[in-house]
Structures are given as structure tokens and as C-alpha cells.
Design a protein around this ligand. Structure first.
Ligand SMILES: *[C@@H]1O[C@H](CO)[C@@H](O)[C@H](O)[C@H]1NC(C)=O
Length: 316
């Protein structure tokens, strides 16, 4: 405190004494250095693909709908992404509905390969390593896992079986979070099956590298009462249905009754080691959207679900 006020005073005096410097201008000799270091080897940073990106607790909702699936969400720092998958003739195609599917847009081409590319860059071979690394996608937070929701659209059992097979390249490199001997070990990518993913292809499996998106508002129903964070690290639900419709645009944005529902759902999840995510939150008007985001973060959701990534990145 004392130190900083002394510093501020010193800067103020210096500014008052000399010719006024223009903040932000740099000398031509410094500009020369800045320009010409580019390209020389000592200024190449090995794991730079996500340099300067600070991850945010945001799920890139319907990520595959974006112009550059996976990459856009990565560039905004989204801690979680999502692909809808459809199984036809042995191939997992990615898209929102059947008319959006093509031969080229597959789970492998749009997600598995790009994720592998980033992780391979984040885990280079190096004579300096004392042991192999398992860095995550974020250079600023290499221990943080990337959540990847795979939303099964075609018949659950066949499609999820194909998903498990499709994960092989990530599995082979040890990049997946695992559940084994009763313990979850987080790796660079955490796969969460949603949509038509059958719970009985996840919950009873004692050695696996995939998880289940449980219904957040129904965790106390008998069929979901056994679910904890080792099966569902994150559970999700429809905000409008489970909490209610928003009718005001002032803080508090939720009625007491809505707030109680929200708190009860989040604390039930938390008591079982499960993080909460709400989809179908209002996206308009902007002030309503932001007040709901504010409230959800204050109440302890694990991930915000966002469609407009520019807006959510600016919000954080
Ligand atoms: C699947 O294969 C059958 C038989 O080869 C073909 O007629 C059909 O068009 C294929 N469907 C898709 C979606 O590729």
C-alpha cells in the first residue's frame, strides 16, 4: 500500500517535470528489435499454440456449428466443447441434424485429429524432459483438462460403441482421463457421453476412459441416485425447465423459489462430487443474459453454457 502510493507519486512527479511522454509509443530502436527477433530460433517458444489464452469455465455449446469447430472454442479459452455424432456405415459424422451431415465432417476430422495436433504440440519430445509429459491443451494451465461432450444422436448402444473405438488415437497416447480401481485420474481430455449415450455402458464399467452427462435436476431419482463424480464429473439440465422462466431484467434476476431450486440442484450435485451446467439459459436481452451468467457463477455452477463466445469471453 505504502509502496504503491510512493510509486504513484514518483511517476506523477516525473510526468509533471519532463516533456509529456505519449503512453504506448515505443522508440524506433525498440521497434527494430521487436520486429527482427521474429524468426530467430531463440525466440521460438516450443509449446506456443495456445500461448496467452486464459481458459474460462465455459462450455462451447453446439461447438460443431461454429465456422471452425473446436478451434474457435480453443481460441476463446473455453474449458469445454461439444460434438453431436451420427453413425452411418461405420463412420461418426458431426452435425446438428441430418441435413447438416457431409462425408468430410466427421468426429475424427473435426475433433480427434485437431485435439491430437494441439496435444502433440503441447507435449514435444525434448532432451530436457526427465519423464514424458501429459500437458493439456492450455499452455497457461497445462494441468487443466478439456471437457469434451459427445452427444450421441443415432442409436445409443451402437453409436457409443463406435465413439469408444474412435477415441483410440487419444487413448493410445495416454491423453484421456480415466476411471480405474475406483479412482478418476484426470488427463488432458475428459470425454463425457450425452444425448443417447446409455448410462449402462458407462456406470458399471470399472476400467474406462469416458464418463456420463447425468441429468442435474434428477440426481435424486432412484435410477440416478447412485451417480457420483466418478461417473458424471459434470451433470447438465435445461435451465428454463429446471429453474424457470426469467420474467424480470433486474438483480435479483431469480425469484426466491427459482433461487431455491437452483441452489438445491447445485448442492445435490456438489455433495456427490459433480459439477453443474445449465443449458437453455436466456441469451437475450443482453442484460438478462449477463445477470443470469452472474447469478450462475455466484451460485457455483461448474461451467457456463454459451453460444456467443465473443460475448462470454468479453464478459470474463
Ligand atoms: C451406406 O452404405 C450404403 C451401401 O453401400 C449406401 O447405399 C448408403 O448411401 C450409405 N449411407 C451413407 C449415409 O453414406
Amino acid at each position: 500500500m505504502v509502496y504503491s502510493s510512493v510509486l504513484v507519486t514518483a511517476v506523477a512527479l516525473a510526468l509533471a517535470a519532463g516533456p509529456q511522454p505519449v503512453i504506448g509509443t515505443i522508440t524506433s530502436s525498440l521497434q527494430y528489435v521487436l520486429k527482427n527477433t521474429h524468426g530467430s530460433k531463440e525466440y521460438e517458444y516450443p509449446t506456443d499454440i495456445t500461448r496467452d489464452i486464459l481458459p474460462i469455465p465455459v462450455h462451447s455449446h453446439n461447438d460443431y456449428w461454429r465456422e471452425k469447430p473446436f478451434w474457435t472454442g480453443l481460441s476463446k479459452g473455453c474449458a469445454s466443447t461439444e460434438a453431436d455424432v451420427w453413425l452411418y456405415n461405420g463412420t461418426l459424422h458431426v452435425g446438428h441434424d441430418q441435413s447438416a451431415l457431409t462425408e468430410d465432417r466427421t468426429l475424427e476430422s473435426l475433433y480427434i485429429n485437431p485435439v491430437l495436433e494441439v496435444l502433440d504440440r503441447q507435449n514435444p519430445e525434448s532432451p530436457f524432459l526427465t519423464e514424458p509429459t501429459k500437458n493439456g491443451v492450455w499452455d497457461t494451465a497445462p494441468d487443466l483438462t478439456l471437457y469434451f461432450f459427445i452427444d450421441v444422436k443415432t442409436s445409443g448402444p451402437e453409436t457409443f460403441k463406435a465413439v469408444i473405438q474412435a477415441l483410440e488415437p487419444l487413448r493410445e497416447k495416454g491423453y484421456l482421463s480415466t476411471f480405474k480401481d475406483g479412482v478418476v485420474k484426470y488427463g488432458p481430455v475428459t470425454i463425457i457421453g450425452t444425448g443417447e449415450t446409455p448410462l449402462d455402458m458407462v456406470a458399471p464399467v470399472s476400467d474406462r476412459d469416458y464418463f456420463f452427462d447425468a441429468p442435474l435436476a434428477n440426481l435424486n431419482d432412484p435410477e440416478f441416485a447412485h451417480i457420483d463424480g466418478t461417473i458424471s464429473p459434470i451433470a447438465s439440465t435445461n435451465f428454463a425447465a429446471a429453474v424457470g422462466k426469467i420474467t424480470v431484467d433486474t438483480d435479483p434476476i431469480l425469484t426466491d423459489e427459482q433461487l431455491n431450486s437452483l441452489r438445491e440442484q447445485i448442492s445435490t450435485a456438489e455433495s456427490r462430487g459433480i459439477g453443474a451446467r445449465y443449458w437453455n439459459t436466456p441469451h437475450w436481452p443482453t442484460r438478462t443474459r449477463n445477470l443470469v451468467w452472474r447469478t450462475l457463477l455466484r451460485e457455483g455452477v461448474f461451467l457456463l453454457n454459451a453460444d456467443d463466445l465473443d460475448a462470454v469471453a468479453a464478459y470474463f
